[in-house]
Design a binder for this molecule. Structure first.
Ligand code: C2E
Ligand code: MG
Ligand code: MG
Length: 741
């Protein structure tokens, strides 16, 4: 039991003694009679009884008050402690024991420090010290206190008092403030979070703005004061329609939140994009009380996205869409055409001889021309059409929604194509140069998803090549025959590329003879033994091989085999003196190291050059006359001889003919074929024979098929013959057999 509990009891005897004192001080009456005495005694007795009753009532009231006080004390919402100046607990209430999580008996005579968290012990000593120094002054402080294995925040109000017996004690009340501490902490975190980088706006359920943070003010340009009481519609940029906002609110109402990109307007009128997350705050009954919006200004990110997009989808030189963007748009156009069933068109535009401009005036001028061409192309089409640059001097234009009727669509595309040709034919002003250029245009129509994007571009490309082949500065529409030719060419090309490695080439030999049939040599003619197509003649693949550069390794193979053959023929009397004529293509001949290659091959075969004859056509000479003469001279030094093949078909000019160290003219077979049919050709044949003689050259007629042709040639002194009349080109074994080997 607490010491305090004895206090009310001490007052009880004091009241009693006062009553007795009062009784003792009553004056004695003068000789009263017995009756009087008895009466008085009776009166006193009654008074005494009344006083006793009063006393009893007072005592009862006092006990009730004491009990009330006790209850209040024990179960007060705060804990009470009385401590010695050393901190020993000498008295506490039940609440205090409950707060520290122990029985009251386990608190008494223990030191309060035992319940102070170790981190706060130093502070506790300092605080007690300061309380002890300031008697009568109430001090309060917060400490972390132990409760079992956990901690709680306690607020301590301390007062130093003197008891009646002059002892110094500390009176302490303890309040658990953990909850308010936590709330305070949360508030602190919330306020830090609220002032974060992101803009935050809080509205009530009616979307009236209650609060915004500093970041929000910075983003929008409005101060807090300007915004409170307003609604977010203040920021409306007009970029989104009512349906957009109603979808947004529908989502918030349904799911409790929404996020997405919104274009808003700042106070200065600038429209900008922001990323917004809106969350509905609900009370415990699920009723929305507030909306909290997080707003991030993404205008910078957007700008860099735009820049990246520009780089990724646009050609830096002309600012036109690049191939990637065209493919994208083409995809969309196909989908749109599937819906509308309207034809569109792809125009593949290639500038003619653009390389020459780059080579002659430099790439800077080339760039200027491309930029101007891009401008002109843009001016030729409608706004919704796409003009793209594919790279180099190639542009592709996509025209959409031309017509449901393919003929009409083609007519419209043709009109635009012609407009483009007209526009690109105008002279370009390239700084100080005036420059003329023309385009070749390939057109293909598209509708629905009938063809893939790749196929469509390929078709336009094929048609463009047809336009080039047709003499340039013109347009061509794609058709199926073009497609077939291209497909066949593609297959042939693929097969040709592997033919050398697969050893599919063979040399045939066609004899060259005098008028009496004596064989003086042969022409080596290439044959391709194709696994599926059988024997393929050179006319079918030589020009393709030339175009794709394969003629160089193929030509080397022919020369190498021809040299090896000449070497083997040395071993037989019938073949020892035979000349072997080998056809050389322009690309092969103009290889910088061609003469070296020939020299090396002769060396490898261990033969001299005197039995090797190189045949070439006039085209080869025209490509580079100086190079031709120089190389011929070098090769002539090692006794290699030269024959001008298909003579008479090209732009033969006496001027160059005299400059070339030629050994032989080979009259083209078309003239021989026409002997007896076309008198002028007979004259040409005679003229060539006479000219060769005068220039000191040999002359040979090729394609001699009939005895009449042979007789005519013989009569006109043609010394050498080649043709089916003598022999067709045949495989080596057959050729050698015919010579008796
Ligand atoms: P070319 O050099 O003018 O060869 C003569 C062509 O006429 C050969 O055709 C030959 O078979 C053919 N011919 C020969 N006699 C007659 C005849 O009496 N009547 C007719 N109608 N034709 C006759 P081929 O073998 O098909 O060669 C065609 C062309 O292919 C050659 O014309 C030559 O320009 C080229 N060529 C052949 N082999 C090679 C080669 O190894 N390298 C290169 N670069 N071109 C070659
Ligand atoms: Mg030939
Ligand atoms: Mg020929």
């Amino acid at each position: 039991m607490s010491n305090e509990s004895t206090k009310p009891d001490q007052q009880s005897p004091t009241l009693h003694s006062q009553a007795e004192e009062r009784l003792a001080l009553t004056p004695a009456p003068p000789s009263p009679s017995v009756e009087e005495l008895l009466h008085e005694l009776r009166v006193h007795q009654i008074e005494l009884e009344m006083q006793n009753e009063e006393l009893q009532r007072a005592r009862t009231a006092l006990e009730a008050s004491h009990n009330r006080y006790l209850n209040l004390y024990e179960f007060a919402p705060v804990g009470y402690f009385t401590l010695t100046p050393e901190g020993e607990i000498i008295e506490t209430n039940l609440t205090a024991a409950a707060l520290l999580g122990v029985e009251r008996d386990n608190l008494l005579n223990r030191y309060f420090t035992s319940w102070v968290a170790s981190e706060d012990c130093d502070r506790w000593y300092l605080l007690i010290k300061s309380v002890l120094q300031h008697q009568g002054e109430q001090k309060n402080f917060e400490l972390r206190l132990k409760r079992g294995d956990s901690f709680f925040y306690g607020r301590l109000d301390c007062l130093l008092i003197m008891t009646d017996d002059q002892a110094t004690t500390l009176r302490i009340t303890l309040t658990d403030i953990t909850e308010s501490k936590r709330a305070e902490e949360e508030l602190r975190i919330a306020s830090v979070a609220f002032e974060a980088q992101e803009g935050i706006m809080i509205t009530n359920a009616d979307k009236v703005i209650l609060r915004v943070n500093r970041a929000f003010s910075e983003i929008t340009g409005y101060s807090l004061e300007e915004l409170v009481g307003q609604t977010p519609y203040l920021f409306s940029s007009g970029r989104h329609n009512a349906a957009f906002y109603s979808r947004m609110w529908e989502c918030i109402n349904r799911t409790g939140s929404w996020h997405g990109e919104i274009w808003d307007q700042r106070k200065n009128g600038e429209i900008f994009p922001k990323w917004v997350t809106i969350t509905a705050v609900k009370d415990k009954d699920g009723v929305v009380t507030h909306y909290v919006g997080l707003h991030t200004d993404i205008s910078e990110r957007k700008a860099s996205e735009e820049e990246i997009k520009q780089l990724a989808y646009y050609d830096p030189l002309t600012a036109l869409p690049n191939r990637r963007l065209l493919l994208d748009r083409l995809q969309q156009a196909l989908a749109a055409s599937a819906r509308s069933e309207k034809y569109g068109a792809l125009l593949f535009i290639d500038l003619d001889n653009f390389k020459a401009l780059n080579d002659n005036l430099g790439h800077d001028m080339g760039d200027i021309l491309l930029q101007q061409a891009a401008q002109r192309l843009m001016a030729c089409v409608r706004e919704g059409d796409t003009v793209s640059r594919q790279g180099g001097d190639e542009f592709v234009i996509m025209l959409e929604e031309l017509s449901e009727d393919s003929d009409e669509a083609a007519t419209k595309a043709k009109t635009i194509g012609e407009k483009i040709i007209g526009s690109l034919n105008q002279a370009y002003q390239l700084t100080c140069h005036e420059y003329q250029n023309t385009p070749s245009i390939g057109i293909t129509l598209f509708v629905n998803h009938r063809h893939t994007i790749r196929a469509l571009l390929k078709r336009a490309d094929i048609a463009m090549y047809e336009a080039k082949a047709a003499g340039r500065n013109t347009l061509r529409f794609f058709d199926q025959d073009m497609q077939k030719a291209v497909m066949a060419r593609a297959t042939l090309e693929a097969d040709l590329r592997s033919a050398l490695a697969k050893n599919q080439f063979e040399l045939y030999f066609q004899r060259q003879a005098r008028h009496d049939g004596q064989v003086i040599g042969a022409e080596a003619l290439l044959r391709w033994e194709h696994p599926e197509r059988g024997l393929v003649l050179p006319l079918e693949f030589i020009s393709l091989a030339e175009e794709i550069g394969l003629i160089v390794p193929i030509g080397q193979w022919v020369l190498e085999n021809a040299c090896a053959q000449l070497k083997r023929w040395e071993g037989h009397a019938q073949t020892r003196n035979l000349q072997l004529a080998v056809n050389v293509s322009p690309r092969q001949f103009h290889q910088p190291d061609f003469t070296e290659q020939v020299r090396a091959m002769l060396k490898k075969a261990a033969i001299k050059g005197d039995r090797l004859k190189l045949e070439f056509t006039e085209n080869l000479v025209f490509e580079d006359i100086d190079d031709t003469i120089a190389k011929m001279k070098i090769l002539k030094k090692i006794s290699v001889s030269f024959s001008m093949d298909d003579f008479g078909t090209g732009y033969s000019s006496l001027a160059y003919l005299t400059q070339l160290p030629l050994d032989q003219l080979k009259i083209d077979q078309s003239f021989i074929h026409n002997l007896g049919l076309k008198p002028t050709d007979a004259v040409i044949v005679q003229t060539i024979i006479g000219m060769a003689k005068n220039l000191g050259m040999e002359v040979i007629a090729e394609g001699v098929e009939t005895e009449e042709q042979r007789v005519f040639l013989e009569q006109h002194s043609c010394p050498l013959y080649q043709g089916y009349l003598f022999s067709e080109p045949v495989p080596l074994a057959e050729f050698e057999h015919s010579l008796g080997i």
